[in-house]
Design a protein around this ligand. Sequence first.
Ligand SMILES: [Zn+2]
Length: 394
Amino acid sequence: MNDSNTINKGSLPGLKEKRYLQKKAIIGFLYRMGELSKPEICRLTNVTTPTVSRMIEELIDEGWVIDRGCGNSIGGKRPHVFSLNPDAAYILGVDIGREYLRVAIFNLKNEPIEGILEYSSILEEQDDEATLRYVREKIDETIGRLNVDRAKIKVAGFALPGLIDREGTSYTYLTYEQPGIKGILEEMLQIPVFIDNDSNVMAMAEHTFGVAKDVNNVLCVSVNECIGLGMILNSKLYRGGIGMAGEFGHIRISGLEASCHCGKIGCLETVSSGRAIENVAGKPLQEIIEAARKDDISAIDLLHRAGEKLGEGIATMIHLFNPDMVVIGGEIVQAGDLMLVPVQQAINKYALARMRGHCELKMSNLGVYSAILGTLMMVMEHLYDDTECEYSLY
Ligand SMILES: [Zn+2]
């Protein structure tokens, strides 16, 4: 790993380490809150004004912080406010899907530099070695096309479909044992890497940027080729015991008898996933949705049945978690009301009135980019909320 990104805390003598941690905290607060005045920074960090002044001066000299001049104030003297230099460091986000590979480089204002680049995926066609080579090639290509200084990319976040545990070992795709895929990517990129299931990071994106912004308890169901679930409970992503919570696609639904690709029978995924819908119609989901929009009754029926069973599953989740909101995301979003209406009808039918009355049902407005936006939020959660995390942008 790159020395400039990793700090061995043991090697820093007392005061130097304390300063480093305080400056790291200032960067964290500025990242989350945008602009802050000196008195606000003193209050948040619990550090005296002269020390904060000195550290801010150092951070300005080092290119991390910008003095934005006088901010707004109601009466009295307006204090200077400070913000992060958005180009002081970058975060690499990579969403490795079954049908696409998306790569973005984010600045410290959460903006992808010149947008998100999309490539085709080879995840299901090629072996692990070839997939990794391809991913590396596309990351290099993106950095080249965006003309970004590679040394400023301090950390990376990856989203992958399938089972991934807390330690970053993947059990469905790129199933390396020792070191797991996280370790292999770190070696490949020479920066710290965080990795999580795509549904988990999608939920983090919905909670930060999407329709579920600042909602405390949200269940985010993604319907693509498979069905995923990310749960935000008490405003935190719930990962479960070993990090695999939310395998919603494989819950048993009444009346279903078809075999699932997981080896079990009657899973929700055998009727409501993109793959199941496509198998019945014999054409891509996109075309089925378009046909339904043009009044094709069999396409409407197919989406209706998928929505009904999805709603039945969601009703169970409403009983278990009492969420404030359920968000439906993924490719199915394009079906709009053709999907949302049968889901809501099933919730009305199967969930208790008092609980369903409290729970809003919404379609995601982040489109296909929710997972890659989520990789950024996952990285920031690790860097700034996890006290055990030894990495930092600074
Ligand atoms: Zn299954």
